[in-house]
Design a protein around this ligand. Structure first.
Ligand SMILES: Cc1cc2nc3c(=O)[nH]c(=O)nc-3n(C[C@H](O)[C@H](O)[C@H](O)COP(=O)(O)O)c2cc1C
Length: 235
């Protein structure tokens, strides 16, 4: 099992503890980890180079591309973030801005359609479902067909405040999610919703009128996706 973890924070607090517990139960044999903002890119400049000229033309390509490669390599991708003002951390959102060109609307990587995603978030007391879903949305738009959510209301401001009952909850839920994720890795598949989304954008990239970006269209054609090839099948 190959696991890539993108931490939306650089410190090893409650959220890190949750991801690390997942990792223990996932029995990740090979792990690649990135801590943001430390290992990540500058803020997106909005130059549109990734969309129009190619991802290698991004001014931060040297930081973005190793993370992209690690996502493509993994069986399981974990995105984690503490809840900051009811959102994911700014550091993680910044990385997501850099990955917009990988959305299914543009140039998704075929390998992403076979991955399992897990989002992890701890909040002190606020509901964190919205943050988990927001992180999950990013993975889904990159083509990841299944994303599990692992949220915790920590009732704490840091890992040293964490009560034993919360540590026990982390263990129990990490174990349960890992069992599901491992079974999904063993039997990857794309659901009806994923196929429908793919078909909508296949239609767009096949059409003369609505395929506005030649870079995207060339990608879809080169992958054979405007014909019979499908990224989730071993064609
Ligand atoms: C800048 C900042 C914003 C925060 N915003 C929220 C919030 O909106 N709701 C909440 O319940 N907790 C909020 N918290 C608390 C953390 O989400 C919470 O303590 C979390 O469990 C800490 O995880 P960590 O140890 O991984 O940093 C905030 C903390 C910080 C530093």
């Amino acid at each position: 099992m190959k696991v890539t973890i993108i931490h939306g924070q650089s410190h090893k607090g409650i959220t890190y503890t949750m991801s690390n517990t997942l990792l223990k139960y996932l029995e990740g044999e090979e792990v690649r980890e990135f801590f943001l903002p430390k290992d990540g890119p500058d803020f997106c400049y909005g130059c549109n180079n990734c969309f129009l000229k190619g991802e290698e033309k991004c001014p931060s390509a040297d930081k973005v591309q190793p993370i992209v490669r690690a996502m493509e390599w993994a069986d399981v991708i974990i995105l984690d973030s503490p809840c900051y003002v009811m959102e994911m951390s700014g550091a993680l959102k910044n990385l997501m801005d850099h990955l917009a060109y990988r959305w299914i609307t543009h140039r998704p990587h075929g390998a992403m359609f076979k991955k399992v995603g897990i989002t992890v978030c701890s909040s002190a007391g606020a509901p964190n479902r919205g943050v988990l879903k927001s992180m999950g949305r990013q993975l889904k738009w990159m083509g990841v067909p299944k994303v599990y959510h692992f949220g915790l209301m920590s009732n704490a401001m840091g890992v040293s405040d964490l009560k034993a009952v919360k540590l026990a909850e982390i263990e129990k839920r990490a174990k349960r999610i890992s069992i599901r994720a491992k079974s999904r890795v063993a039997h990857p598949h794309v659901g009806i919703q994923g196929i429908a989304m793919f078909n909508i954008f296949k239609g767009m990239q096949s059409s003369e009128k609505s395929a506005w970006n030649p870079k995207d269209k060339d990608w879809w054609v080169s992958q054979g996706w405007t014909q019979k090839v499908r990224p989730w099948k071993s064609n």
